[in-house]
Every structure is written in C-alpha cells, then in structure tokens.
Design a binder for this molecule. Sequence first.
Ligand SMILES: NC(=O)C1=CN([C@@H]2O[C@H](COP(=O)(O)OP(=O)(O)OC[C@H]3O[C@@H](n4cnc5c(N)ncnc54)[C@H](OP(=O)(O)O)[C@@H]3O)[C@@H](O)[C@H]2O)C=CC1
Ligand SMILES: O=C(O)[C@@H]1CCC=N1
Length: 297
Amino acid sequence: MLKLSIKEAMKIGFIGGGRLAFALANGFTSAGLAKPDEITASCHPADVLSADAFKASITHLLVSMFLLKSTLGATALFENKSVVERSEVIIVSVKPDVVGKALREVKDLQASGNKLFISVAMGVSTASIEKMLPSTARVIRVMPNTPALVKEGAAALCRGKLTTDEDVKLATQLFRAVGTCDEVPEYQMDAVTALSGSGPAYIYMMIESLADGGVRCGLPRDLALRLATQTTLGTAAMLKNGGHPAAMKDNVTSPAGSTAEGTYHLEKNGLRAAVIGAVKAAEERCKQVNRELSEKL
Ligand SMILES: NC(=O)C1=CN([C@@H]2O[C@H](COP(=O)(O)OP(=O)(O)OC[C@H]3O[C@@H](n4cnc5c(N)ncnc54)[C@H](OP(=O)(O)O)[C@@H]3O)[C@@H](O)[C@H]2O)C=CC1
Ligand SMILES: O=C(O)[C@@H]1CCC=N1
C-alpha cells in the first residue's frame, strides 16, 4: 500500500475542477500542502456534449483552465484518468449525479487500486463510492465548505471500509490546514452537510438581509454591508472563544431597548423555526440523493 505523508507537499488531483475544488486547491497551496504546479484538476469532458453544449462548455472550460493556471498555477486536464495517474490523493469533487460516470472512467486503471480517494460529494455514501472503484481503493468522505478558501473552513469526515488511521490523519491534516476538521460516524454526514456544508449560503442570506435592513433605515449600501459583515465576523469570533449564544444574546439586549424590539420581531416571524427547518430540509435532500444513487448501483 502506498504510504502518504503530509510532511512534503503532495500531488493532489481533483476529479471535477469546479467551485469547491478551486477553494480547496487555493487553500492547500497557500497552506504549503501542495505545490501549485503539482495540482491537477479535470473539467467537463468534451466528448459527451452536443455541438451547442460543446461550444458553451469549451468557453467555460477555457475559463476554468485559465483560472486554475493563472490564479493557482495548477494544471487543468481533459481526462479523469490522467488526474488519477498524476496524483497521490484524489479529491472527487463533481456533482453527486456525475460521480458514477466520472469514477467509471478510472475504475479499471491499475493506479486507482492503491490510492486514497476523498469524496466531497453531497449525499454520496462511502459504500457507493467503494462500489464505483477497484475493491482495493481507500475511500474517505469529507464534507468541507467554501470558507476553506480563506482558511476558515469547517469540515467533517468519515471512514470507508478500507480507510487506515494514517489516511484519516492525512485527510484531517489537509482539511485542518484550511479550517477545522472533525471525524464523525457516517450517519451524521448528511446533517453535517446540511449545517456547515450549506451553512455559508444561509449566513450570506442573513448578512444580505442585515445590510438590506440598514439600507431601509437610510444607511449607504457599502457601509451597511461592511457593518453586517464585520458584525457577523465579530460575533462568531466571540463564540469561538467559548460561551453560550443565548447568554451572549442576553448581554446585547438592554431592557426596553432596541435589540429587544428586534429579537421580538425575529421570534414573531419564526426565524429559529425557519433555520432549523432549512437544516432539516437540506439533510433530507442529502438522503434522497443517496437513495436515488444507491438504486442505480
Ligand atoms: N460548493 C460548495 O459549497 C460545496 C460543494 N460540495 C460538493 O462538491 C461537489 C462539487 O460542487 P461544486 O464545486 O459546487 O460544483 P461545480 O459544478 O462548480 O463543479 C463541478 C465540476 O465538475 C466538472 N465536471 C462535470 N462532469 C465531469 C466529469 N465527468 N469529469 C470531470 N469533471 C466533470 C464540471 O464541469 P462543467 O461545469 O463544465 O459541467 C465542474 O467544473 C459536489 O458534489 C458538492 O456536493 C461539498 C461541499 C461544499
Ligand atoms: O448545495 C450543495 O448541494 C452543496 C453541498 C453543500 C454545499 N453545497
């Protein structure tokens, strides 16, 4: 079995060079875990597209290649096989419904059998990934999030059937270089996806709403957005130092003051139920994706 060590920069390949791959590649290189010129990423293969889709995709592909090369110094490849052959660790970062197609292309490669595959695909279980790869391939499932781009990511991972402690150590080190990373049992991965994987989208909506509120009260847009962003950052930083959000909220809320009016309005309009419901709905969607995929395998 190929032993990996994170002491030296690793050859990391991405099957699917999209938004998340870009965020992770950027984070890994700036953390010194991979040399930009040793990162490879594959993009949408042109052979399966209609003429019109090909034209649209080639533009998209050229933009992706340009971004990967110019911003990161990484190499964009047309073939998933080349990514596997050229990498020590392969991050599967295509959409869940494309995972099967992409991995079928590399299943028969000899190189696939002794490599570590890290899947970040939402809702796709390690058992499903293992069925799509040679029986000896090692698989880890990770759910990262896009703040990895600024080394403030939150990730959780779980083991597959053949994952070794060293693999977990390596993946943990990789994702801790771009934020936090916890190991969880696989049954919790959909909940993690629904909370921290999707969470940045919910927080952006909250920040945008705060800024809209400020504008409604007469603040200039740029000031409102800066205040909303910094307030979110500062609030999260305080919580990270310890303490309970309810107690911290009470510290902000003066008797008969402005915050009490504001929080009453949020309670009346069901903010908490809406957020809890959003996480639950996102978790359900993960389970649905896994069910649909498992039926096809
Ligand atoms: N975005 C996020 O915040 C997070 C995403 N994830 C997971 O990461 C994965 C990727 O998501 P995201 O980066 O947002 O999606 P993107 O659509 O941005 O990236 C997917 C990439 O894969 C390419 N692709 C499509 N088909 C193939 C193929 N057969 N072989 C190789 N590459 C292919 C796509 O090209 P083209 O566009 O030309 O089709 C695209 O560049 C998903 O499984 C998602 O669940 C996990 C955590 C957070
Ligand atoms: O929306 C999605 O499906 C992916 C998974 C978590 C964040 N983005």
